[in-house]
Design a protein around this ligand. Structure first.
Ligand code: PMP
Length: 464
């Protein structure tokens, strides 16, 4: 069966974010089953999934309640849309539940099928809002380098991933990118002194990054800028936790020039940082929040945009018809599963546990990896974390790019039974929020073994 699947996969299946030819030569790992924080492949191996799939399986695999919610809804009403004056209970209940858990000033949601569609939606809403306010020139969206906001044309235009921009342009006009608050990569391992993220130079760096937003606003003209979009903690860019000074300074800049704040919660939403939303952890009070992933723990595809009262009131009172929507906006089965997922997160106090117990526990165990000779920084917040691989801590040197140290470490992790992702030479984790202390211990031990082996193989390569 494995051989047959491999053959058919190679013959017919174009995978996302994949070099098709290279994968054709290597073949894919086939995942057949999963439970809790573990996935199983067709070779009978069990792997600890420290990425929760793609940052989404917040409740872990195999939750019967979600399966039941889907099955019952499939029987009751497998599909109907929310167009043309119709609606159904799952979409309505989910909208009400989201309004209950969201920041107090956010009371409306527009549903989508994914995070990318959520970002397309928010872009149209932000520009429409200003047009309705009599300021149609307020069109520019300021985003950040190395951000990820999706793979639709608007999503990738908003994102700051240079390799994506190089393919499939031209990009959506009216989007500009400013520097990211990546202290380790662009501050500390750049010119700054060797200190941790609480030190004054990291804080100064955070304020500089916020000042870059103000400079861009002044360059474009404040009456031309609609919104600023950012992830609370950058995910795909490398689990980048901004210095504490960053967000308060950004908020002040946006308030000064009356610019909407869009906080992309696709990864940070639904508990990842130990609060319902990253915006709550950082006290951001955004105008728009794209959501997806953890909304249904990834069991079924669903996303949306949570809309703050200021924008919602304008769109509702003054907007007329909003010419936008997807066949699967508020899909009943996806919505039923998402609702059950939110109820479980609430009933089992999963998010409180991340904040009070699991997050601090991970932080204490993860920090021990900073002692490893090839780790320049081990950082975490809630249940997201990263390790920065370096060749020389004292001399502040990264590994030569040709060594592809991050990919090597990722492959060694897989050999040892751990799914950890690499972004360049940054290793990242984002495990299910139901991981136990013992599983965190196992994850850290596997990571340490993989680092040892990575160091050994790299030193062999460097020696030759
Ligand atoms: N925004 C962020 C912050 C993301 O991490 C992602 C997906 N990794 C997206 C948007 C896009 O979501 P989707 O893949 O569901 O379109």
């Amino acid at each position: 069966m494995t051989d047959e699947l491999t053959r058919l996969d190679r013959a017919h299946h174009l995978h996302p974010f994949t070099d098709f030819k290279a994968l054709g030569e290597e073949g894919s790992r086939i995942i057949v089953h999963a439970e809790g924080v573990y996935i199983h492949d067709s070779e009978g191996r069990r792997l600890l999934d420290a990425m929760a799939g793609l940052w989404c399986v917040n409740l872990g695999y195999g939750r019967e309640e979600l399966i039941t919610a889907a099955t019952e809804q499939l029987r009751e009403l497998p599909y109907y849309n929310n167009f043309f004056k119709s609606t159904h209970a799952p979409a309505v209940k989910l909208a009400a539940k989201l309004s209950e858990i969201a920041p107090a000033h956010m009371n409306h949601v527009f549903f989508t099928g994914s995070g990318s569609e959520a970002n397309d939606t928010m872009l149209r809403m932000a520009r429409r809002y200003w047009a309705l306010k009599g300021k149609p020139e307020k069109q520019w969206i300021i985003a950040r380098e190395n951000a990820y906001h999706g793979s639709t044309v608007a999503g990738m235009s908003l994102g700051g991933m240079a390799p994506m921009h190089e393919q499939g342009g031209p990009l959506v006009p009216g989007i500009t990118h400013v520097r990211q608050p990546y202290w380790f990569g662009e501050g500390r391992f750049g010119e700054g002194p060797l200190n941790d993220a609480a030190d004054p130079s990291a804080q100064a760096f955070g304020r500089d990054c916020a000042a870059a937003i103000e400079a861009r606003i002044l360059e474009l003209g404040e009456d031309k800028v609609a919104a600023f979009i950012a992830e609370p903690v950058q995910g795909a860019g490398g689990a980048i936790i901004p210095p504490e000074s960053y967000w308060p300074a950004v908020k002040a800049v946006l308030a000064k020039y009356d610019i909407l704040l869009v906080v992309d919660e696709v990864i940070c939403g639904f508990g990842r940082l130990g609060a319902w939303f990253g915006s709550m952890h950082y006290d951001l009070a955004p105008d728009l929040m794209p959501i997806a992933k953890g909304l249904s723990s990834g069991y079924l595809p669903i996303g949306g945009v949570l809309v703050g009262d200021r924008v919602a009131d304008t769109l509702i009172e003054e907007g007329g018809e909003f010419f936008h929507g997807f066949t699967y906006s508020g899909h009943p089965v996806c919505a039923a599963v998402a609702l059950k997922n939110l109820e479980i997160l609430q009933d089992e106090r999963v998010i409180e546990r991340v904040r009070e117990d699991l997050g601090p526990y991970l932080a204490s165990r993860w920090a021990t990896l900073a002692e490893h000779p090839i780790v320049g920084e081990a950082r975490s917040l809630g249940l997201i974390g990263a390790l920065e691989l370096v060749a020389d801590k004292a001399g502040r040197a990264r590994f030569d790019k040709s060594l592809a140290a991050g990919n090597l470490c990722r492959d060694i992790c897989i050999e040892r039974g751990l799914v950890m992702r690499s972004v360049g030479d940054t290793m990242i984790i984002s495990p299910p929020l139901v991981i136990t202390h013992a599983q965190i211990d196992a994850m850290v031990d596997l990571a340490r073994d993989a680092l040892d082996e990575t160091a050994r193989r790299l030193s062999l390569q460097i020696a030759h």
